[in-house]
Design a protein around this ligand. Structure first.
Ligand SMILES: O=C(O)C(=O)C[C@]1(C(=O)O)C=C[C@@H](O)C=C1
Length: 274
């Protein structure tokens, strides 16, 4: 029986590619369901309308995808089931064959930012217009037969656009996607864990939480703060670490950190898919 996987649509996004990649690696017979936003993808998994939601978490050039951090911060039921990293190759797509006619470039804000140098050098006069996704931008350009989109080659094919420039991202461009769901993932190696916590607004409070991981020799691979959305100056912290809470050192570190934090929640312990 096939399972459903939600992704940021429409067809032709990098999220669709990540969802396909996850289904292949996990040997799942999957039906992919496009959603308009990251929050909608997570909502479908929360409502059990799909089993998994595959969403972008961070990019090597532009950093975190805030919509995904917000889902992780607020979702009570979803946890991270797996992560996978994709190389992201952007292209300039157009209904016409000449670059001279382009006055507007549409794409997802992450994609526009990942191609900043190209846009500044080759299309300095063009207005940059944010879209809900790269494929949504391609679909719009195809519909209106004007402007250009930054998107994948598969989007070019799908929406019948010409590729005017290939590989236009600023430098090495990789995006880390996570798979959200309600299951407890089957352990596989290598394993990572993610957590979110808040601390009191007092000297040394963040240091003492992080100290717990240093004390037990646990390697932190990422730390990120986001406004707690309560009052200015209140933050919550996202941390990724190597290992799983089944490892004795991670277990001890988490116990010690939880004592120092105001709240600490595990977001998942999951395999890193090659
Ligand atoms: O718009 C898409 O194609 C997406 O899948 C979204 C997204 C993102 O949000 O980071 C995914 C990968 C790239 O970094 C650019 C855009």
């Amino acid at each position: 029986m096939s399972i459903k996987i939600a992704y940021l649509g429409p067809a032709g996004t990098f999220s669709e590619e990540a969802a396909e990649c996850f289904a292949n690696k996990a040997s799942l017979e999957a039906e992919l369901e496009p959603c308009a936003t990251v929050a909608d993808c997570a909502g479908r998994a929360e409502d059990d309308a799909v089993k998994y939601a595959v969403v972008p978490l961070e990019n090597s050039l532009e950093g975190s995808v805030h919509a995904t951090l917000d889902v992780l911060m607020t979702s009570l039921e979803l946890s991270i089931q797996a992560e996978l990293v994709l190389d992201i190759e952007h292209n300039l797509l157009c209904p016409h064959k000449e670059m001279g006619q382009i006055s507007q470039v549409y794409s997802h804000p992450q994609a526009l930012a990942q191609c900043r140098d190209f846009l500044r050098q080759r299309l300095p006069q063009a207005r940059l217009v944010p879209a809900l996704s790269t494929a949504e931008a391609a679909a719009q350009v195809a519909r209106e037969q004007s402007g250009a989109a930054i998107a994948s080659k598969r989007a070019a094919k799908r929406y019948g656009l010409h590729i005017l420039a290939e590989n236009i991202q600023d430098s090495e461009n990789r995006t880390r996607f996570i798979v959200l769901g309600k299951e407890t993932p089957v352990p596989a190696l290598p394993q990572k864990a993610s957590l979110v916590f808040s601390v009191t607004n007092a000297a040394g409070s963040l240091f003492r939480v992080l100290q717990a991981f240093a004390d037990h020799g646990v390697n932190l691979t990422r730390i990120e703060s986001r406004p707690a959305r309560k009052q200015l100056g209140d933050y919550i912290f996202f941390v990724d670490l190597d290992g799983t809470p089944d490892d004795i050192n991670v277990k001890k570190a988490l116990r010690q950190a939880a004592k120092e934090a105001v709240v600490l929640k595990l977001l998942g312990s999951y395999p890193v898919l090659p």
